[in-house]
Design a protein around this ligand. Structure first.
Ligand code: AGP
Length: 607
């Protein structure tokens, strides 16, 4: 996610409102910043890596002239946070400045085509192809609007684009596909921004652009055009009643809830991985004599799910290991034939980085999956993948967990293909299921949140919970338990259900709530036995099961029914959502702040 802001003013300096607007969007990304303005027909761009206030001071951005401009605060997905990778990006003639939020899937092919036509690129970003594409279309003699439309029709992926150009210096062009973009109108000017918080100090009269729409902003207002056929869309302004503070969470009470609801979108971006890096990591995994999946906390739970996926799909044995245990446990045995795949949302977790350093010292190959471009993990990894979840502000990981599992699923599928472990039909079928994951998560949120709220209310005074799952669902159970403990502080237990009779079942007694994760699949028949075991000891049975699963429903006191056809291998991504919502709503009912749980930090960068 990145923060975008643009404005055309009747009076006053654009750059002042742009920098104020970007500051209110800082939660959307904060590793680099840039502004472009036009004054007397001259386009100026100032940008750099760093926080907004630092870059504004360092480059005296407030000195920029002009009553029209655009600005961007970045959360890197392609290319580390550096000056050259910061937005805005310009075309070769420097008459077009463009900012972008999203992921251009086909940027490599577009870039190669433009390179052949003599275009030169300065950055490693996907975004930079866009101003050059517009420049190329302008050469055919069409208007800037025509060139922008043609370029948009060539792009695949998610975007919120905003364009400023000396070709038409009194207009701002913008376009949206999946990444949010909202237009605002006030007495003094016309605006566009990623989110409402940036607009509220100037206007509460807004118009949300929809997917596949472009807009032209002038001092007279705005015109919305359909990208597909160039037809005009008539849609008036709506009034926003949020306070600026609540608007930062887009009306959600907490970032955690916003981030849970963002998962359909963040999962779609997790399906837009950079193919060449996915291939590179897969090649390394294929060569390793032994593969460790290294992580802490929620990321470790992703690794547990990943180990099932690598085994089931690619017949590759991997060892998930908690970062703080790695050196003591495997430090003497890892070596040049070992692959260590470190998974870390922040890319800065001390335990994970310490284990990585040790593995490198032992000549192992270190690979990385992270959400943070430019993080330490990206610098110490031989190769890495960015999961593209956007900033996660809530301390409890939610969207970054589901994206990590989806990334690992794609890697396992890629490896299965490389190793010839699945038939083409099996590969195609699983790929189709992968693409349906965002819609399953969306359906679950829309259909089950009210049900889960009731569960939270019913069980808010429970003093203890047991989370159980079998097979890959043991990862889901562990993650659901961590969410609940982290933000409601209620002691909870989670382990593979088959382990119950080896001791843990002794804590189960009348009234203890047992939450079972039981998708359809190979483990389903076993989980029925586990449910009966707990039921016989008086436990309250809460089951997360497939819609219409009468076997489980008959044994359960309460159920949350999930969409049909979700393959067991992908179930952690979808079945964790009710558990995230349960933890969140129970914390709120208890009067706790889910975004800032006691004793915890978002990134544990200390030993
Ligand atoms: C999860 O909700 C917690 N925030 C915590 O367990 C976290 O997953 C862990 O500290 C690892 O963080 P990382 O992914 O940034 O390495």
């Amino acid at each position: 996610m990145c923060g975008i802001f643009g404005c055309i003013l009747r009076e006053g300096s654009a750059v002042k409102q742009i920098t104020e607007g970007l500051k209110r969007l800082e939660y959307r990304g904060y590793d680099s910043v840039g502004v472009a303005t036009i004054d007397h027909g001259e386009l100026e761009i100032r940008k750099d890596a760093g926080k907004i206030e630092d870059v504004v001071a360092r480059h005296r951005i407030l000195d920029m002239k002009g009553s029209i401009g655009i600005g961007h605060t970045r959360w890197a997905t392609h290319g580390a946070p550096t000056m050259v990778n910061a937005h805005p990006h310009a075309d070769g003639s420097r008459s077009i400045a463009l900012i972008h939020n999203g992921v251009i899937e086909n940027y490599m092919e577009l870039k190669e085509e433009l390179l052949e036509k003599g275009h030169e690129f300065k950055s490693r970003t996907d975004t930079e192809v866009m101003p050059h594409l517009i420049e190329e279309e302008l050469k055919t003699g069409v208007s800037l609007q025509g060139a922008f439309l043609r370029a948009l029709r060539r792009v695949r992926g998610s975007y919120a684009f905003v364009v400023l150009s000396t070709v038409e210096p009194d207009k701002i062009y913008c376009a949206r596909n999946e990444s949010p973009l909202v237009i605002g109108v006030s007495e003094n000017g016309v605006y566009c921004a990623s989110d409402v918080p940036a607009l509220l100090p100037y206007t509460n009269k807004v118009n949300y652009l929809r997917n596949g729409e472009m807009a032209v902003l002038t001092l007279n207002g705005y015109q919305i055009i359909k990208i597909s056929d160039g037809s005009t869309v008539e849609r008036g302004l709506t009034d926003i009643t949020w306070s600026p503070e609540s608007a930062e969470k887009l009306g959600y009470t907490h970032y955690m809830l916003k981030e849970i609801h963002e998962q359909p979108s963040s999962l779609r971006d997790a399906l837009r991985l950079q193919e060449r890096y996915l291939n590179l990591l897969t090649t390394f995994l294929d060569r390793g004599k032994e593969v460790f999946l290294l992580a802490a906390g929620t990321s470790y739970h992703s690794c547990i799910a990943g180990s099932y996926l690598f085994s089931r799909l690619a017949r590759l044995t991997t060892v998930p290991i908690i970062s703080s245990e790695f050196i003591e446990r495997y430090g003497s045995s890892v070596g040049i034939d070992s692959i260590v795949l470190a998974v870390s949302q922040s890319g800065e977790t001390y335990d994970t980085l310490k284990a990585v350093d040790y593995a490198r010292m032992r000549a192992s190959t270190v690979l990385g999956i992270t959400n943070t471009v430019g993080s330490t993990l990206t610098r110490v990894s031989r190769a890495y993948l960015i999961q593209q979840s956007g900033p996660e502000i809530g301390v409890a990981a939610t969207k970054t967990f589901t994206s990590q599992v989806l990334v690992l699923a794609q890697m396992a599928l890629k490896l299965a293909k490389l190793r010839g472990k699945l038939s083409q039909d099996e590969l195609d079928e699983f790929q189709e299921k992968l693409l349906r994951v965002p819609e399953w998560v969306e359906e679950t949120i829309n259909k089950q949140e009210e049900r889960v709220k009731e569960l939270a209310k019913t069980h808010m005074d429970d003093r203890f919970f047991v989370f159980l799952g079998r097979g890959i669902s043991s990862a889901t159970a562990l993650e659901g338990r961590l969410k609940l403990m982290e933000i409601t502080y209620v002691p909870s237990l989670a382990y593979p259900a088959g382990e119950s009779k080896h001791g843990p079942i002794s804590v189960v007694e009348d009234g203890v709530s047992c939450i079972f994760v039981c998708p359809q699949g190979d483990s389903h028949s076993h989980i029925l036995g586990s449910i009966m075991e707990m039921k016989a000891r008086g436990a309250k049975i809460i089951s997360i099961c497939e819609e219409g699963d009468e076997q489980v429903k008959k044994l359960s006191d309460e159920v949350v029914e999930m969409p049909r056809e979700i393959p067991e291998e992908l179930s952690p991504i979808v079945y964790v959502v009710p558990l995230q919502l349960l933890a969140y709503h129970m914390a709120v009912l208890k009067g706790l702040d889910p975004d800032k749980p006691r004793n915890l930090a978002k990134s544990v960068t200390v030993p």
